[in-house]
Write a protein that binds this ligand. Structure first.
Ligand code: GLN
Length: 186
């Protein structure tokens, strides 16, 4: 198989760690800052960072429509932490969920917890000022919960997680990007 090329939205946030994780699963990572850079990639990662800053970047680069088209094309899209927020109903509206920012409380700026993710098994989640999901629409499958709140979901070719899979050595989430064609994690 050819080496897949995976774009990482690099308006702000952690490009390097995702690029390394993608290299570990046999993909080549490419920064995406413009609509042209969305062309010719096999999948897309929307990383963590600061969702307000990323939203401004999406607006100033005119990326909302190209991102919609990309999701509609069926190619896999992984959103992590702020990336999950960016995809929700109140932002790009591509994922039929409402995310609550910084939901785990200010005293819990960052923490780790075991996450039992349907199809992938138990993995260690690194949560940094993480959101949780307040409500999910019919077409959304909840893959993992923490403290009774969804923190990993899939809606067709979008997988969104509230934690940072790029910050551990476990590559199961990134492997989803390159091996499943946007289907259920396995
Ligand atoms: N708290 C950030 C936000 O609301 C997300 C944090 C992260 O991506 N690590 O945008």
């Amino acid at each position: 198989m050819n080496r897949p090329t995976v774009g990482v939205l690099a308006l702000q946030g952690d490009f390097e760690a995702h690029a390394k994780a993608l290299a570990d699963v046999g993909a080549e990572a490419r920064t995406v800052r413009t609509r042209e850079q969305l062309e010719g990639i096999d999948a897309l990662v929307i990383p963590g960072g600061e969702s307000t800053t990323m939203t401004l970047g999406v607006e100033s680069e005119g990326l909302a429509e190209p991102l919609r088209d990309f999701v509609a094309s069926g190619r896999p899209v992984l959103g992590t932490c702020a990336g999950l927020i960016l995809l929700d109903r109140d932002h790009l509206g591509l994922l039929d969920v409402t995310a609550r920012r910084n939901a785990f409380g200010r005293q819990l700026q960052s923490f780790e917890a075991d996450v039992d993710l349907t199809g992938l098994g138990t993995l260690r989640g690194v949560f940094i000022r993480a959101p949780w999901i307040e409500s999910v629409g019919d077409g959304v499958e909840v893959l993992a919960e923490l403290d009774g709140h969804p923190i990993a979901v899939r809606q067709s070719n979008i997988l969104a997680v509230a934690f940072h899979p790029e910050l551990t050595d476990d590559r199961r989430v990134h492997r989803w990007v390159v091996t499943t064609n946007g289907g259920p994690p396995q």
